[in-house]
Design a binder for this molecule. Structure first.
Ligand code: IPE
Ligand code: IPE
Ligand code: MG
Length: 243
């Protein structure tokens, strides 16, 4: 049934994002270690990406690791690092098949050169194809750091006389922010908490936000499609009078 429903969804031009929260609680609930929880989370990513491509989304941006997540235990970070490398290794051929263009954003250099190299390689082998879906992974990302960095770049252009202050616009910010999207249309957060946790702060101005109690490892394609359907049935007013 999900299949049939899915084929009728056409969300072309729509940029969606997910705060994939709940791996730790899922692991605890199932009496396994937190890294195995993250591992289960990666399996879910694979299914949701396929679903996003079928629904013709323009882009899907996934929050995988925040600037604040660097303060987690070393062991957990090492587990995540290994998982990034193995997920890239196993998933890239499938992404190429599905015509998905991969793009990581954030400051992930502290994961080490092996991660940086694997990411660069994955981005370049998926870059040339005409994409069905842009898959953006936020890694070592923080919305505030993104805005601060953009402000620094813009100030430098002003200082060098390349940009008149009065020309600074929304577009100027979009151009300098690291997140590879402009308007964000839909944000889903799993795991039951109702917060943004420093995700795409600048981009959230008119985003439709949905929260679900489902822990990320339990999130299904069916629930994702329900989220997309709810989004497509929402009247977006952007401050205008529509009555
Ligand atoms: C989200 O799951 C993944 C990362 C932040 C890396 P969590 O690990 O935050 O899961 P909970 O919130 O502890 O359940
Ligand atoms: C948000 O989850 C970050 C990611 C999903 C990568 P967190 O678990 O880090 O957020 P808080 O601590 O609950 O706000
Ligand atoms: Mg969490």
């Amino acid at each position: 049934m999900a299949e049939n429903k899915q084929s009728s969804l056409n969300l072309s031009g729509i940029n969606a994002a997910i705060i994939m929260d709940g791996n730790g609680r899922w692991a605890k609930r199932n009496a396994i270690n937190v890294t195995s929880g993250h591992e289960k989370g990666v399996d879910v990513v694979r299914k949701i990406v396929e679903s996003a491509a079928k629904a013709h989304l323009e882009s899907l941006s996934l929050y995988a690791f925040s600037t604040e997540n660097w303060s987690r235990p070393k062991k957990e970070i090492l587990g995540i690092k290994k998982l990034i490398i193995s997920a890239i290794d196993s998933q890239v051929p499938e992404l190429i098949n599905q015509k998905v263009r991969l793009n990581f954003f954030g400051d992930y250099s502290s994961f080490g050169n092996d991660v940086v190299d694997a990411i660069e390689q994955a981005e370049s082998v998926t870059a040339s194809q005409e994409s069905r879906l842009k898959l953006n992974i936020a890694l070592g990302y923080g919305g505030r750091a993104d805005i601060i960095e953009a402000a620094k770049l813009i100030s430098t252009d002003v200082k060098l006389g390349k940009l008149p202050v009065e020309d600074i616009s929304n577009e100027t910010f979009f151009k300098h922010l690291k997140a590879p999207i402009n308007e964000l249309d839909l944000l889903i957060r799993t795991g039951g908490d109702h917060r943004i946790s420093n995700f795409l702060l600048y981009h959230l101005a008119y985003t439709e936000i949905q929260f679900t109690d489902t822990l990320w490892p339990d999130f299904t394609e069916e629930e994702f499609i329900k989220c997309l359907e709810a989004f497509s049935n929402t009247e977006r007013r952007f401050g205008k009078r529509t009555l």
